[in-house]
Ligand binder design. Sequence first.
Ligand SMILES: [Zn+2]
Length: 664
Amino acid sequence: MLTHVENVGSGPVDTSQSPFAPWKTMGFRDVSFKEGFWTKKQEVNGRTSLYFGYEMLVKAGNFDNLRLAAGSFQGTYHGYVFQDSDIYKWLEAVAWELGRKPNRDLTALADQAISLIAAAQLPNGYINSYVQTRESPEPWLDLENGHELYCAGHLFQAAVAFRRALGDWRLYNIACRFADHICSVFGTEKRLGTCGHPEVEMALVELYRLSGETRYLDLAKFFIDQRGQKKLKGHRSYGPEYHQDHVPVRQIREAAGHAVRQLYLASGVTDLFLETGEKALLEAMLRLSKDITGTKLYITGGVGSRFDGEAFGDPYELPADQAYCETCAAVGSFMWNWRLLLATGESRYADQMERALYNNILAAPALDGRHYFYTNPLMVRQAKDLRLSAEEPSGESSILKQRPEWHDCACCPPNVMRLFASFAHYLSTHTGEGIQIHHYASAELGCDLASGQRVKLNLTTEYPWQGKIRLEVLESGQALWAVSLRIPEWSQNPTLSINGKIIKERRLEKGYLVLERAWQARDVVELELGMEPVLVVSNPRLDAVRGCLAIQRGPIVYCLEDIDQEVKGRLLDVEIDKNRPLITRWEADLLNGVMVVEAGGQFRDVEAWCDHLYRPATFPVQGTAQPARLIAIPYYAWGNREIGGMRVWIPEKKSYDGSEPYHG
Ligand SMILES: [Zn+2]
């Protein structure tokens, strides 16, 4: 039983009253970071990215579109039909940032944006600057590609953020008026249909959680139930999978179609389960998760391998070089796995969040916070004509020097901004009987337990660079309560001590170490997760990288960048020797401070192939390999000095005993 239930003050997701969530989300201000990895990321996000994002939105004409809709500006509409959603996502990020740290300048920018949205809203509650500025401004004409409900969803999430982080009701009132309008249009006895791009489902559930209005939950269920009727015809040559309309949600067996749409829909479906407890929904989501983690997930947490249709590929279709891996898909995976974690209490979902976060998602923004990847390949042969956006290549040959500043389709940058600003939300949960810690960062967290006692913890760690976690109890009552610590999937032989005494007898539940006792202030728990670098091999069915190894240390996946190697331009010839030790080294001045991993290997003598592309396997090719010291950096930091050769998967050096022809 929970004693203290307060909606206002949660983060992006609030399961404090969700009857089917075993784990309840914390209040947004119940967790605060202390100096460490994430405060640095949040500082760059707050000080640079959010202002930069504002500038880019101005430049791209997003605000002018709203002015145009409000009648306070003359001109033409700019950009895609979903241009409003970029503003909403940026506003959501600003709300979480202001909730974390007040800032007058950002507040002024947000005020301006909210006033514009208010001015553009029609008397009946509808708002969409693209539709309102068309010659015939009739809404809901193109559910397949119009993105009206998608944009509405992002508006609702921004509105939720302003209320929860700041107690600011302005955007919330706008959102509810729009949601009520949508309720008056869509429903079983009204207009049927759903949006080509899922998003509004999870947003409506959240609006329900905040407002208590069941009509929003009912509408989310209605939109989810509408899927799978193949009424949305697809886009270009893509089938109904593109719009997630190919199969009824409860019958989902595999991930298919547009990856971001799939994962946003899955988030909404899981949210619906958390409120209704309908088993068929959760079972479908668990099948979907099994399919993705078993056959369609990159080692970096990236998903959606195909450029064509921004889609999931076939099982094991995970090429390293032609990897689409949209940033938004990794963010979608993070958001969905959070909901699965809240629904099941199983650490495997937190593991997936971590994999996506520390690799694919962290790689999207440049370290300067002003450049963003849209696609996230695991291998780059050369930077020439590298396709890094949803947009078709311009046709002009170009060499990319760094991440693009912005994108015509700018969904990814503000998605990263809102996640970084709200990351504290995802650190921990509670049950009334205890606290669960899912992600490790230096932070203070507190919570009121069912017994009425206030508990407060101080977490200190050098994560993700070191596996040592120190937990000090700052405040506790007299009763028994438990702190549960996630043991990450990569952890090797973790050790535990309480008040200096090594604990061998451990209770492990669903991947969490459960420590229950009558905790007292100044009790200290020390957990050492064991963060040695390891070589990872892929399932042999993943044929694109068969015979290759990847370096991972803790949650961080590594890559070789050409710029770090002693011999340049030879990443295609590189081999790694698994029998040589992996050596780690902290480089404070490199890439804002990273742990570098050094491996032993060689460059194959490709000259011996005499320009042949193919030869009989029996042909004895002579050659002398050149030993090499391979320098690996975290994948997330690649492309910050120059964009050149890069690879995550490294061919394994085969030992040559003379019995086989040597294909040096
Ligand atoms: Zn995106």
